[in-house]
Design a protein around this ligand. Structure first.
Ligand code: ZN
Ligand code: MN
Length: 482
């Protein structure tokens, strides 16, 4: 028994529903607007399932799905088909969902997970296009339905069960969110329900799958991880007790951190799939191909940043979380490198001021780097001044903050802010501060070393941050020793 148990490996596959941010819905010309607050505003006879209407496929959704497939390195079905997936649910007025079944838009792709101690290929089985359902809104004694979401285009991404831990599942989910944002085909916001996860989990021996349990309706990446961890433990405990796992669909209760049985798993035949007679085959033609959105995927970028710049994974991870940030880094570094001719130092400076200072400020001021008034070019130039020891790091930070707040341009701010490293000038300032702060000086002389920092602070204040901190400290210490 115990020997058996130790051989069991979690095998996890994910199904990800991703809403595409097209202008209009998948099969009608209603607006696709996730921010619409008025219920049932963006609806028509098609997306509310009236009889006798004809759906028309949205080309933009096809371009988005095709672009996604290409960046997942998939085989494209140049001709794919729509099908009706039947089930009865109040938010599905036709009693079927228009989806793709036997021949979806693309099959056989991959994602390369790259993390601190991990590099692993996860196979993508297929992606297909389908329409979203309406949303149910529940009140205490009744429920209502909002059709604004009905017919919004979705891609469903199905992975092979290649994931072996909750961490790997989390990494895959994160990477797909990033890819959607890189491609700008979806904001993939969990809050807005633009991405939803389902996980199938089994414990099996090396080459054999166990009985799989499916967990539905998970909104956030963190919840996905928690749900998988919980379900793996539940299955382990049952197997240890010699109890058979039943194939079923379970929900995840985030507050109690348990999964609970919902229904025994329906099989594909229960959906009574049949070809959609109202839509022609989906054909990928030259016109679609020409409009492809191409990006370097998050995993390609991670791989390149690790190798080309020889950065620690910690920094690579931060830089690649945002396509624009990654671009900003590369532009600023290439410019600073050109100015300094010192790659190692340039890299250190760009990483340090970008990640520690600029990103901190951006978070504090709640702005977007891409919308900010700082360009990589200016950023490199202010760092070059610091590299030449003409300005202090304090001035660099202040210049960045002023520019972000749009109070002053970087170059205007740093004018006349050159570092004061002239010993006579600093000595004069320090002498005056010592005379004016007798109590602090006495404190320092009686052993309170913190007082020295206070005095240094006064020097910085007096010089508006221009005093060279190292020289100032040395002069201060020497003067006090006398
Ligand atoms: Zn409509
Ligand atoms: Mn689906």
């Amino acid at each position: 028994m115990n020997k058996n148990k130790s051989k069991l490996i979690p095998k996890i596959g994910l199904e990800i529903h991703l809403e595409l941010s097209t202008k209009t819905k998948l099969l009608c010309s209603c607006l696709n607007n996730a921010d619409e607050e008025e219920p049932n505003k963006n609806i028509c006879s098609i997306c509310t399932g009236q009889p006798g209407v004809l759906p028309v496929l949205n080309k933009e959704a096809v371009i988005y799905a095709y672009s996604l497939a290409k960046s997942l390195n998939m085989e494209i079905n140049r001709k794919s088909f729509f099908a009706r997936k039947h089930y009865f649910y109040p938010d599905l007025p036709k009693n079927y969902q228009i989806s793709q079944y036997e021949i979806p838009i693309a099959i056989k792709g991959e994602v390369i997970l790259i993390r601190e101690n991990l590099q692993k290929k996860i196979r993508i089985r297929r992606i297909h296009l389908e329409e979203d359902t309406a949303s149910n809104v529940h009140f205490k004694n009744f429920s209502v339905i909002n059709f604004n979401r009905a017919g919004v285009p979705l891609v469903e991404i199905v992975t092979e069960p290649d994931l072996n831990s909750a961490d790997e599942a989390e990494a895959l989910a994160e990477d797909l969110v990033l890819l959607a944002r890189y491609l700008n085909i979806s904001q993939a916001s969990a809050e807005k329900g633009q991405i939803r996860f389902e996980a199938n989990i089994s414990l099996g021996e090396k080459d054999k799958l166990g009985t799989k349990v499916e967990i539905k309706n998970i909104a956030k990446v963190q919840s996905l991880k928690a749900a998988i961890l919980t379900e793996i433990n539940r299955q382990k405990e049952l197997i240890e007790k010699g109890i058979k796992i039943i194939q079923e669909t379970r929900g995840f209760d985030e507050i109690r951190n348990v999964t609970f049985a919902q229904r025994s798993k329906e099989e594909e035949k229960d959906y009574r799939y049949f070809p959609e007679p109202d839509l022609p085959p989906l054909v990928i033609d030259k016109e679609i191909e020409n409009q492809i959105i191409e990006v370097e995927s998050p995993w390609q970028k991670r791989f390149r940043f690790l190798n080309e710049y020889n950065l620690e994974f910690y920094y690579v991870n931060i830089l690649t979380k945002d396509k624009f940030l990654a671009h900003f880094f590369e532009e600023a570094l290439s410019e600073l490198h050109e100015l300094t001719n010192d790659l190692k130092e340039s890299k250190k400076l760009v990483i340090n001021f970008l990640i520690n200072d600029l990103l901190g400020l951006i978070e504090k001021l709640k702005i977007n780097l891409s919308e900010s008034k700082i360009h990589p070019h200016e950023f490199a130039h202010v760092l070059f001044k610091f590299f030449k020891k003409e300005i202090s790091s304090k001035i660099v930070k202040e210049a960045l903050e002023k520019a972000l707040k749009e109070e002053q341009k970087i170059e205007d701010f740093i004018k006349n802010k050159e570092k004061i490293s002239n010993i006579e000038i600093l000595q004069e300032i320090i002498n005056k501060i010592i005379v004016d702060n007798k109590k602090v000086v006495d404190d320092y002389l009686s052993g309170n070393f913190k007082s020295l920092e206070f005095l240094l602070g006064l020097i910085m204040k007096k010089t508006e941050g221009r005093a060279d901190p190292q020289i100032a400290r040395q002069i201060l210490e020497n003067t006090l020793k006398r």
